[in-house]
Write a protein that binds this ligand. Structure first.
Ligand code: SF4
Ligand code: SF4
Length: 143
């Protein structure tokens, strides 16, 4: 899922310990067919601000998923999902940004929108693209 090399090199920062903590954004924003969960709805197994109540038995896809902020550290710390309401990951050529619909304009503020445009410029050279999903609004980011 992750193609970290698509991101511009100057976005890399020194590794630092990052943890999900109380973030549960990926248990709410994505649609997950295997759990019969639509987008922007809580997984029935999630306890908000606490985590998964079936953690030891959670599906493999949940075990395997790490958002970009958590896994690549090519996103600055200011992209922390629990703070921004935004999570970033990659699906093939698509860099996906999911935004909490309660804060649907969060991605439009700086420095986020500026960095999204930089990512778009970097990944389009390699045939990729950046898409922001914010509630019912889907936006392709242009460099
Ligand atoms: S969105 Fe990222 S930081 Fe938040 S719980 Fe999921 S993997 Fe962890
Ligand atoms: S099963 Fe657990 S880890 Fe997976 S989406 Fe639901 S609450 Fe999150």
């Amino acid at each position: 899922m992750t193609r970290a090399t698509n991101f511009p090199a100057d976005a890399i920062e020194e590794p630092a310990a990052r943890r999900c903590g109380t973030c549960t954004l990926c248990c709410r924003l994505p649609d997950i067919d295997a759990l019969d969960k639509p987008a922007n709805a809580w997984c029935r197994h999630c306890v908000a601000q606490e985590g998964c109540r079936i953690y030891e038995a959670r599906p493999q896809l949940c075990r395997d998923f790490h958002c970009h902020w958590l896994s690549s550290q090519r996103l600055g710390r200011h992209w922390e999902p629990a703070v921004t309401g935004m999570m970033v990951y990659e699906q093939g050529a698509q860099v996906t940004v999911l935004v909490d619909p309660d804060r649907a304009d969060a991605w439009r503020a700086e420095p986020f929108v500026g960095e999204l445009r930089q990512w778009a410029a970097a990944v389009e050279v390699q045939g990729g693209y950046v898409i922001v999903f914010a509630g019912d609004t889907v936006t392709r980011i242009r460099p």
